[in-house]
Ligand binder design. Structure first.
Ligand SMILES: [Zn+2]
Length: 302
């Protein structure tokens, strides 16, 4: 794990980057040193990674309480929670959406964890620890010098929250915004994902800190919105000019069919193709199919 050298964001914030090259995943978590608390934004994929963050922040914990916020319950953001459990090394209140607590106590997540534990020894130590302080609407945390606003921003997943610090105009987007573009699972979640992006863009942040994508540029929010708008325009055109085959849902080259290549998607997103993991090619195809589904549904609506 890497601690990222400050690139112009508020000095109170440390970025931790877990880079599991073999697993092809990179995710950032954050620590914010405030008057009252050391706030950990996410706990990464394992207790071992979370422990490294705690050790790095040890000097600041001497006279401050720890406090944890889970942006959402995807494994790479909260499987380090056990470190902060009541019986963990550094017990702390864990804030998260009520639905994140539901996910982390569900049979589905339990099965998923035991599957992953069988496949990958680095998950051996993971325990599913749900948030202790659950929210279901915008919630403020008074840290003394900084006020944190936890903002429900569903779309990427239903339990997603972003964190906004108005007095320094810093925004932790979680996975609601991401470079090159966020993951949209299906048509049902696309409208709320776009709405959440609009809400976050409306905050007019000076610094945006997503969990994936190594950027701090607040233009990220506009880029993400432009991307989804461009996907919509391309999909609408191919629906209207009849170029969409009947079995488009199974098409392997849907990006070519609607005329919005992956390369174009990266250009609109101002992302460097060399630096972008190839999984975003699948994200792009999924976003196109979700958009077509939504457009056809609205056209067929009475
Ligand atoms: Zn993620």
């Amino acid at each position: 794990m890497q601690q990222i050298t400050n690139g112009g964001w508020d000095q109170r914030i440390t970025i931790f980057r877990a880079d599991e090259a073999e697993a092809g995943e990179q995710v950032d978590a954050f620590a914010i040193v405030t008057h009252k608390y050391v706030v950990f934004v996410d706990t990464l994929a394992t207790p071992a990674l979370a422990r490294q963050m705690v050790e790095a922040m040890r000097p600041y914990l001497a006279d401050r309480q720890p406090l944890v916020i889970n942006t959402h319950a995807d494994y790479d953001h909260c499987w380090g929670n056990a470190v902060f459990a009541t019986d963990g090394e550094l017990p702390a209140p864990i804030y998260g959406h009520a639905y994140a607590a539901k996910r982390l106590t569900s049979d589905e997540d339990k099965h998923y964890l035991s599957d992953q534990q069988q496949k990958d020894p680095r998950f051996a130590e993971v325990r599913l620890v749900p948030p202790t302080n659950t929210i279901d609407k915008q919630t403020a945390i008074d840290c003394g010098d900084l006020q944190l606003a936890l903002i429900p921003t569903p779309g990427h997943c239903p339990d997603h929250i972003a964190i906004w610090i108005p007095n320094i105009r810093h925004l932790f987007t979680g996975d609601a915004a991401e470079s090159p573009f966020p993951y949209v699972a299906n048509a049902a979640t696309l409208p709320s994902l776009i709405h959440s992006l609009e809400v976050l863009a409306g905050l007019n942040a000076a610094i945006a800190l997503p969990c994936h994508g190594e950027t701090t540029d607040p233009q990220l929010l506009t880029c993400n919105l432009n991307y989804f708008e461009a996907v919509k325009t391309s999909c609408l055109q191919s629906i209207e000019n009849g170029s969409l085959p009947d079995d488009w849902i199974n098409a392997k080259n849907i990006a070519d069919i609607v005329g919005m290549s992956y390369e174009e998607a990266l250009a609109i997103s101002q992302a460097d193709p060399e630096q972008t993991p190839s999984m975003y090619r699948d994200f792009h195809e999924t976003a196109i199919k979700a958009t077509i589904t939504l457009l056809l549904r609205s056209q067929n609506a009475p």
